[in-house]
Design a protein around this ligand. Sequence first.
Ligand code: GDP
Length: 365
Amino acid sequence: ALTAGIVGLPNVGKSTLFNAITQAGAEAANYPFATIDPNVGIVEVPDNRLDKLTELVKPKKTIPTTFEFTDIAGIVKGASKGEGLGNQFLANIRQVDAIVQVVRCFADENVTHVSGKIDPVDDMETINLELILADLETVTKRIQRVEKMARQKDKEAVAEYDVLTKVKEGLEAEQPVRVLEFSEEQWKIVKGLHLLTSKPALYAANVSEEEVQDPDGNEHVQKVKEYAAAEHAEVITVCAKIEEEISELDQEEKELFLEDLGIAEAGLDQLIKASYSLLGLGTFFTAGEPEVRAWTFRKGMTAPQAAGVIHSDFERGFIRAETVSYEDLIEAGSMATAREHGNVRLEGKDYIVQDGDVIHFRFNV
Ligand code: GDP
């Protein structure tokens, strides 16, 4: 499964947020095959559509889909030079698919800040610079390897050399690779380099308990947003401390608590959704009487590939995907009516699955 790594300087609230994630955690009974790794927190992906489908189908059981966050400890200034747990830190980032950077925007005299003051933009620059320097090292080494082949006019080497040069120029101008522009062909080469700053990223601005209602009133949050906008990255505001408290509550208590605080949606829920879409993930549903269930697919997947998310047998024996969009099904009020309206399509193996599709797979065993 794809995973988003949580990074940030010390004392910004990473552990607090990760604690909230593991406590809110997905019900293990529903996901018996999930990997047990203390650095991985598995959460259920909040989705109103699943509640609506449950009302409509009245199944015995409803199962949300899940998302994994990975806790990545230990970045400090100088990590790219191997300081602190530098090398381990970078190796851990290399293994995740997206980066969630927690940025401290809360003031609290009792919690020291590594550089002595609250300055989120400075913190973001510090971390991003370490990642850029690490990538620069990777790219420089790679250039040395392909340079000679490129000079001999080896076609592939020339193409890679061009990409590497462009990446290097960008990094030297302190730009993360994800903001650079490449052709589709070139992106394939970039992906193959597994650079840290080519991974999609978003920022989680950690605000205080007092500010969670109106995070935009916090000047630090504004600065984080300006910085993020320059690299087209999203910013989610959370109060890690409150999320930790919420994670101990059941659904009903949680809703009351949020209402009391005057918050429409928990920060963690927003973070889960944002991370999910950052990775290009979508949700399709299966809706039978025994079970209504949400499944994660990568956008662009064909119907047989999506069937494979459920079981490899479904992919191998794929015949057709009986498909209705969530909206059409809800509007019709029942599967039978949706069918009468002609909203249930029989899709074949080339069908590209859409977010919100409710699918019944037909397959040979
Ligand atoms: P980490 O080093 O980034 O993992 O940071 P921690 O999660 O350990 O948090 C460092 C300290 O900041 C702890 O004492 C937390 O209780 C506190 N802290 C974290 N988030 C918040 C928050 O939203 N508000 C306040 N007031 N304190 C927080």
